[in-house]
Design a protein around this ligand. Sequence first.
Ligand code: HEM
Length: 483
Amino acid sequence: MQSVPATVPLQRWEDLPGPRPWPVVGNALQVERDRMHKQLEGWAARYGRPFKFRIASRRFLVISDPDTIAKVLRDRPDGFKRPSRVERISREFGFLGLFSANGETWKRQRPMVLGSFDPTHIKAFFPTLAGVTGRLARRWTRAAQSGATIDLQADLMRYTVDVTAALAFGEDINTLESNEDVIQVHLNHVLPALVRRSLAPFDTWKYFPTREDRQLQQHLKAIHASVQSFIAGTRRKLEEQPQLREKPVNLIQAMIAARDRETGGLRDEDVSGNVLTMLLAGEDTTANTLAWLIWLLHRHPDALQRAAAEARSVLGGAVCPAGPEQLWRLDWIEACANEAMRLKPVAPLIFNEALRATLVEGVRVERGDIVVCLMRAGSLQETNFAQAQAFRPERWLAGEGAAAHSLASAKRVVMPFGAGPRMCPGRYLALAEIKMAAAMLLANFELQSVATPGVDEPREEIALTMYPVGLQMRLALPAAASM
Ligand code: HEM
């Protein structure tokens, strides 16, 4: 995307449609934070595409077209960045890491994170991943035996945080088998607070902190204590085994080694900010995607039956896949995951701040304006997908529901992991976790119920990531099964 010279005739911002702003605060009081994605999707249908809104003096342009979205996302880091406000508030929380950093800080960190989460590392990590999945299987076996109701998201977040800590920090925190006050209890307060403050018209918490603000400080304190203990543990290991500084085996080792090298360019706060970033980025995203997938499968018995048959046949009686080759053979489960991410993307909004004047869908965007990408809009359009609202995993299988060209166009429209230079570095890990946990569940248990009590469909809410509210699961063991 090119910078726009001031002389080019442009669509005027003032002429764009959008909800009527109030004096001073703009649309801040109309924005419903916990369902903002639904609200923006609704406004896009009502006002047209693109449309604008405003929070105090901050201007937002909302776009829905997948090709324009991809262009904006690819025009980083030079044309767009993560919003300055997200960067500043993350820094205040001590969580300025790859997700919220910009500029040189982001550039220095990105290769290290990419390297630690690449497919080769995920392959080498497989035995640990299988071990953590086995713990989830034992937890669910106990629930099935006692007839207990499972809080699906909470259990899945134990799984994802245990996996991330093992891969990125070499730590076996084992929250799956703990009855203590687990770190997730504290982590779950951070992202909602980040969203709340990022969308606030003014920094009121600095002058009039509420009870919620004071509690947040306690949660952050508890999290930072854990982060510091991961860092201290890694430092001890690096002292015992100095060769790890040259050949680090995980992200935290790579970052501490870079921090200690004169040319490494990393500071203490970059290391701790990224430890927290990885915990947060790997927690709800993958857990929520799994929760939506399990719910969708339970609602579609044919797809469920086929997924369970595939899992049983590939696992051949084992509790979970025994090697990466088995994961690759779970084609139908992968298609179901892709379809779940099309219908229920856990990152339905991506916010980008313009670094220079530029044209987006014929609208002149100024430096500092925020372009909001509505990531689900294209996925639900009949022009892109026949029966776009329906769960049809076969669209992701060439030769079944999908011709090669329609598969390519589906991949162009559906971007659950974002696009361009800031695309999710955790995607290989996420897909491995999703296929692993889904195969384990389907091969070993019968889904008795997966539902939110009292409603037909769980409500979608968003706190940076979008999740199903109140999803509960009940499992049964096939006769004579034991783990
Ligand atoms: C199903 C699971 C996941 C989904 C749907 C997801 C989605 C996303 C999306 C949409 C972005 C923004 C991309 C962009 O701006 O273009 C992102 C960024 C990121 N994700 Fe994920 N993610 C998932 C799992 C993970 C995991 C497991 C980790 C690591 C443990 C992770 C780490 C990150 C990081 C560090 C970034 C920031 C990258 C950057 O700005 O350079 N994600 N993710």
